[in-house]
Design a protein around this ligand. Structure first.
Ligand code: SAH
Length: 209
């Protein structure tokens, strides 16, 4: 019998489809990853609502639509090795890990990175590596990447190190703007495409903490 969470996830996937998400690998991942395990217990009952939720340290788990949209927008295949900047809860990394061969995710708050690593391990996501550090520098020792998803807003465009760590023809998806609002952009082969308006917490550069 389907649990309440299973039913809520199925309904969430229907809404995502209605909002234009059509990538089946992404929708399948969203149907399987237990979002309630990535949020603090106090807000677990709201895990399948269509909004971001607080995860501590002034950070948020992104709304399901933005996680699905970013995962689809990076347009990387099942064999891809992808990088996520801003692990936060680890939920986005879990979704990416179901869509791709391997995922490296980096978070500047050690406490969030440790928590995300623990949840991902307990759920058996063994193709995700969680790092603590400044994601603006990328993860050079694991580059090149077949896709990069940035989940925090960069003020002045994507950090140059990330563009350098992209494999040829691979895409970098990054929100660009100030004070939390801007546009989600896709960068590939030196070209930039605007994918729509978004709100995100800021990308804070200059060291982990
Ligand atoms: N993908 C996350 C969303 C997290 S919000 C999820 O699914 O839950 C963005 C995260 O980016 C925050 O946790 C924030 O601490 C982190 N962040 C901001 N600047 C960063 C940087 N320079 N390097 C790494 N992480 C950063």
């Amino acid at each position: 019998m389907a649990s309440r969470a299973d039913r809520e996830r199925a309904a969430m996937v229907d809404r995502l489809r209605g909002r234009g998400i059509s990538d089946d690998r992404v929708l399948d991942a969203m149907r399987l990853v237990p979002r309630e395990r990535f949020v603090p217990r106090g807000v677990a009952g709201a895990a399948y609502q269509d909004n971001p939720l607080p995860i501590g340290l002034d950070q948020t788990i992104s709304a399901p639509l933005i996680v699905a949209f970013s995962a689809a927008a990076v347009q990387a295949g099942p064999d891809a090795h992808v990088l996520e900047i801003g692990t936060g809860s680890g939920y986005g990394a879990a979704v990416l890990s179901r869509c791709h061969r391997s995922v490296v995710t980096i978070e500047r708050h050690a406490e969030l990175a440790d928590r995300a690593r623990t949840v991902l391990e307990s759920l058996g996501y063994d193709n995700v590596e969680v790092r603590t550090g400044d994601g603006a520098l990328g993860v050079p020792d694991r580059a090149p990447f077949d896709g990069i998803v940035v989940t925090a807003m960069a003020e002045d465009g994507p950090p140059p190190a990330l563009l350098e760590q992209l494999a040829p023809d691979a895409a970098l998806v990054c929100p660009v703007g100030r004070h939390g609002s801007g546009t989600l952009s896709r960068f590939r082969n030196g070209r930039e495409e605007n994918l729509g308006a978004v709100a995100f917490v800021p990308l804070v550069t200059g060291g982990a903490r």
